[in-house]
Design a protein around this ligand. Sequence first.
Ligand code: PMP
Length: 466
Amino acid sequence: SGSPSQSCTASHPSSSADARPRQGGPVQFFYQSPTEARRPTVARGEGIYLWDTTGKRYVDASSGPIAVNIGHGNQRVMQAAMRQMEKVSYASRLFFENDANAQLADLIAQHAGPGLERAFFVSGGSEATEAAMKLARQHAVVRGESSRWKVISRNPSYHGSTLGAVGVSGDFVSEGMYGVMTRIMPKAPAPFSYRIPDGQTAETYAMACADELENIIEQEGPQTVLAFIMEPVGGLATGALVSTEAYCRRVREICTRHGVLLIFDEVMSGVGRTGTFLTSHQFQNVQPDLVTLAKGLASGYTPLGAVLASRSMVEEISSTGGFMHGHTYSSNPLSCAIGVATMQETIDNDLPHNSAVMGEYLREKLLALQTRHEVIGDVRGKGLLMALEIVSDKASKTVFPGGINAISTIVNLAMQRGLLLYSRRTAQGRYGEWLMVAPPLIVTREEIDLITDLIDNTLTAFANQL
Ligand code: PMP
């Protein structure tokens, strides 16, 4: 991931095929400790595979940090980038409109559907979170509701690494480090489905979590609450926690009742990853007011993110002088042209559908692995956004003690076998630890067989080491 806060907490392999001591200046010094062995140098990518400079092949089973939806080495994207660069790579939105920007906005509007007809483009997920919160705030002020500024989120959650996003991200180490520099916003519990309080079912607990959101809104004072932000299917922070339709509907009702905007962070779950273009399309009567996208939007070919909003919200803001937010690279023509080609690949190949079908096949195969591996406590997720929760004991759902370094050991063993898995241990293992299994949406059944065979082999090696 490009985000330092995640890099602090996501598990990284501590050894690799290339264990040369580092020479000269620090390599990627933000991310690697001086004692850590060097990571392999990437040479090229194609489809779901990456190769390092020694010629070793890796299966990119988590699409990097769940970004490379259309796979590596896509020719259509390369040609679109080249064509745009031949025309113009950059022209400021302060002076010009650009076709790539307009085309991408139209394509997204067609697929996002009613209520999300407008798109504002930024450079990634964290900026999309910032822009969504600012858009919500400006909208409230324009409507004469300037008392509203609090953005409630969930614990745990991850919405980015910039300071505003740190304030709405729950259980990230960065809160301890940078929390004093920003405003830590109120948090409602995430509706975990694996470890639930005694006497509750997953369904009743999810409803209790939604009701807790309402309690928080009331405690904070509804007139001070601007928005609620959540991931409909979680990423690294919760290990692909699926929010059910009933929970989302209750959340939508609560937000509407209190005049609070509902923001769906679909940075990871959007653009087909969970089986539909937006995850919200899988729910009846759950229309978010704002949606953030990034990752799959340009599939790692360039930094790109977006905030989607309704035509009416944008018109209200435009009538008072426009959105008071922007970066040099907002609506960048080259990024937008790459976004258009990525969208076309996604749509023409019906990748959301492939994600739904392959996701169910992957789930079956992971459930089969669970019966044979004591350390797989839970298999969860939607489409090709799946996670394996790792436990030391299935019956008690116990998390391995920190000293065992279970997740980073598994990630290392996988990498030795040519399998890349994105993973996380929550702070002090409080919420658990997991491996994300989220290959590019172009994945085939045979490639899923390969991935699950490699996971099988990796977990057997891990069990043998214990
Ligand atoms: N929201 C979610 C749900 C994410 O998964 C991420 C990135 N992992 C972000 C926001 C931040 O995106 P970026 O790393 O592009 O800033």
